[in-house]
Design a protein. Structure first.
Length: 221
């Protein structure tokens, strides 16, 4: 993987990179991905809430106090800090990203907001770098289509997932949309279900309230 996961995704939401009805091209995203402040503004743009529905996503997951969540491609902490509130003081959130700029930004937010149950992880592109049997929920939002060695990544997740744990994928539907990457770079919902089945996971449930993304909750067979 030659570009940072969240750097690339953030540009998909940047109004300067394309109009609301015309997503940025790959060339535009490559040109702009070295601007961390632009990425941060895009990821935290209030307009994102309208389609990402973060609070509804957290509620649909049904996180419980004491759960441990790994937010893969955490970016600015958009979901990680919401997960932190859901799991409470007895839980923990690992905010995993491969971008040093994003990790530094999250560290500042965690300090300034006095959050005590989020741990940032500067990971490798193909490895979350978490301990074995340490995570109840892997949540991967708008990130899986950037990971090159997905089979290898799933092998890491298998080791790190606790018994009874879940892997959650939220990503863009493979069709023309006003947000998200080009269609050629998206992963079709059915292809992802087949990939997870081959890795030993079954589709446990599928909330359908997101307008542009599929929301798939997997459990080990």
């Amino acid at each position: 993987m030659t570009r940072t996961i969240l750097a690339f995704f953030a540009l998909l939401l940047d109004p300067a990179a394309g109009s609301p009805q015309q997503p940025a091209t790959s060339e535009e995203m490559h040109r702009r991905h070295r601007d961390p402040q632009s990425m941060i503004r895009a990821l935290e743009d209030p307009a994102r809430d309208a389609y990402q529905k973060p609070d509804e996503v957290v509620a649909a997951l049904g996180l419980r106090p004491g759960d441990v969540v790994a937010d893969i491609g955490a970016g600015t902490g958009y979901f990680a800090l919401r997960f932190a509130r859901a799991v409470g003081d007895t839980g923990r959130v690992y905010a995993v990203d491969i971008s040093p700029e994003m990790v530094r930004h999250m560290n500042r937010r965690i300090r300034d907001e006095g959050v005590g149950n989020v741990v940032t992880v500067l990971a490798d592109p193909g490895d979350p770098l978490l301990r074995d049997a340490s995570v109840d929920w892997f949540v991967i939002v708008d990130t899986w289509h950037h990971i090159e060695d997905r089979e290898g990544y799933l092998r890491h997740i298998e080791r790190m997932l606790r018994p009874g744990g879940h892997v959650v994928h939220i990503d863009f539907q493979k069709r023309e949309l006003p947000v998200g990457p080009p269609v050629s770079e998206k992963i079709a919902r059915d292809d992802l279900v087949r990939q997870m089945a081959a890795a030993g996971y079954h589709l446990d449930r599928e909330p359908t309230f997101l307008p542009y993304q599929y929301f798939l909750v997997f459990a080990p067979d």
